[in-house]
Design a protein around this ligand. Structure first.
Ligand SMILES: C[S@@+](CC[C@H](N)C(=O)[O-])C[C@H]1O[C@@H](n2cnc3c(N)ncnc32)[C@H](O)[C@@H]1O
Length: 319
């Protein structure tokens, strides 16, 4: 096992050694990196695969796909897909690997290059067009959504996905401001939020939570996660590993509940006359949730909120 930190084109992969260990790589196995980013985890997997191993990489961001193509050009072990990961089932069928993958890794959220490129509109520290789509050719840009969204829905998104206590004030400020001038730039949005927030949290930019909420909403991040989890289980071979890193408490809750449910088997009422061994759990939990240590967090502050959960596919089939 190589215990190294891979830095790939401005993105430091989180929990690198832990992911490699959790995937339990077989040299001739088939692996899926469902969130390629800049390929930190993908490169670690490929380093452990022999010539007959296989790696499918997925990302919805065209810049990530371009990076994957230049990184892996000519490597016959790699298949690169420009897809949302919620289309996993269709993609793996097309590749004839349904039920055959030995490991799948999801490293959720955004990559550093997405945040650092002001033209993508994710950053509240650099001015740029207010876009925030991970795939700029799909869905609605933040500027367009903010132009028409109802105040109440905006408040709800900011409160629920941003866990922002001043959601009502911020939503009201945005809706009032757009009556004077449409909000097209990140700088405009930041200024509106700064003025609306009465009290700043220490060490946190006042726009952090609102930007996070809008990004999660527009990219349907929780829906994508909910949709893909059962598909991932169906994609795994018996003994295959599912490794998920989340950065947000709502994401982690979805993952935790799903893994718990799948590791208990089908939900029968407690008095249903079926013995425990016939409850057919499709997953077995591996270890406890893992967080980054202080060393990693000091080198890579993104790792601070990362939680990794791991499970292994059993032989039980879906009904
Ligand atoms: C945190 S980064 C992954 C970083 C990667 N593990 C590395 O080491 O470079 C998350 C990536 O997942 C992609 N992504 C997020 N949600 C996605 C989805 N629903 N479908 C496909 N890609 C997604 C983002 O575009 C981003 O490039």
């Amino acid at each position: 096992m190589r215990l190294i930190t891979v830095v790939t084109q401005g993105h430091k992969p989180v929990l690198f050694s832990e992911v490699m260990q959790a995937l339990n790589i077989k040299v001739n196995g088939t692996y899926i990196d469902a969130t390629f980013g800049r390929g930190g985890h993908s490169r670690g997997i490929l380093d452990l695969l022999a010539d007959d191993g296989r790696l499918i990489v997925i990302d919805q961001d065209p810049d990530a796909v371009t990076a994957a193509r230049s990184l892996f050009a000519g490597d016959p072990r790699v298949v690169i897909l420009h897809n949302r990961f919620a289309e996993l089932k269709r993609a793996v069928r097309a590749l004839s690997i349904a039920g055959k993958a030995d490991g799948i890794v999801f490293d959720l959220g955004m990559s550093s290059p997405q945040v650092d490129d002001a033209t993508r509109g994710f950053s509240f520290t650099a001015d740029g067009p207010l876009d925030m789509r991970m795939d700029p050719d799909a869905g609605v840009a933040a500027a367009e959504w903010l132009d028409t969204v109802e105040c109440r829905q905006l408040e709800q998104v900011i409160r629920e996905l941003g866990e922002e206590r001043y959601a009502k004030r911020i939503a009201f400020a945005i809706v009032s401001a757009r009556q004077q001038q449409s909000i097209q730039r990140t700088r405009q949005l930041v200024e509106i939020i700064e003025q609306a927030v009465p009290k700043r949290e220490p060490h946190k930019h006042p726009a952090t939570r609102t930007f996070q909420a809008i990004r999660m909403f527009l990219n349907k991040e929780l829906e994508q996660l909910r949709d893909v989890l059962p598909q991932a289980v169906e994609t795994l071979a018996t003994g295959g590993r599912l490794v998920i890193i989340s950065f947000h408490s709502l994401e982690d809750r979805i993952v935790k509940r799903f893994l718990r449910r799948e590791s208990k088997g089908d939900p029968y009422p407690p008095d249903f006359p079926i013995p425990d061994h016939q409850l057919t759990p499709r997953l077995r939990l591996i270890g406890r949730p893992i967080r980054a240590g202080a060393n990693e967090v000091s080198r890579n502050p993104r790792a601070r909120s990362a939680v990794m959960r791991v499970a292994e596919r059993t032989e039980a089939a879906y009904a």
